[in-house]
Design a protein around this ligand. Sequence first.
Ligand SMILES: [Zn+2]
Length: 241
Amino acid sequence: METANLNLTDADAKTIADRAGIVGAKFEISEMTPSLIGAAERYVARYTGSFEFIVDLKNRQLSPGQAKGALNCLLAAVRRDAKPIIAPAAGEDFASIPAFLCAAATNLKWPKFHFKVDEREYVLRLKGAKAKRPWSIDIVSRDKPFLDSYSGMPAAEWFGRILADGTMEPSKRLTAALLDALRLIAADPKNAAIKYGRLTSSCSFCGRLLETKESVSVGYGPICADKYNLPWGEISEFAVA
Ligand SMILES: [Zn+2]
């Protein structure tokens, strides 16, 4: 573990772990406390890799800017090091999920899919063509328990991603219950959306409350039905008795 042997305070250990759990989150110079700078110096001192930026910082007192840079390397290392405990089987295919959301991308800038597991809500967010991993899907919490230091905005918890080819890259936060829910969605995205809509009376796609009996019985609203290419008006096959 990258953070072992750094003699981190509990608060610093938590800050680093939380930050590592947010996609793209970084440290800023303004956040560099003496104890974080100390942690950065210990990280640099124990560093055995060949990344020049870090090697060049060895045997120095770090400025806040250098400490920030070193801690951002540490964050990247913690993320690489974070071996998921729960993971799909080798070759398990989730491709129906990106395919389903990509089909809505001609109508919507950011297609999404909401679902609920054990009283917590989650969102699948499709990334665009220009993302580092084009047309991949981030698996995140709907609630935002973290503060992203980079943007200053509340940030969701990240559980991994599904690549466009259907491969899942779980984060170490993935749970067995969440993985099972993702398997059910992959088996039939449309029916999973309907079930969620009926369960929560909110639309699986936009997350808004469903306001009419028709919407609740179908499981999504008419606008999203249009955007996600789903049936609407021929709802008898879904109607709740
Ligand atoms: Zn909707």
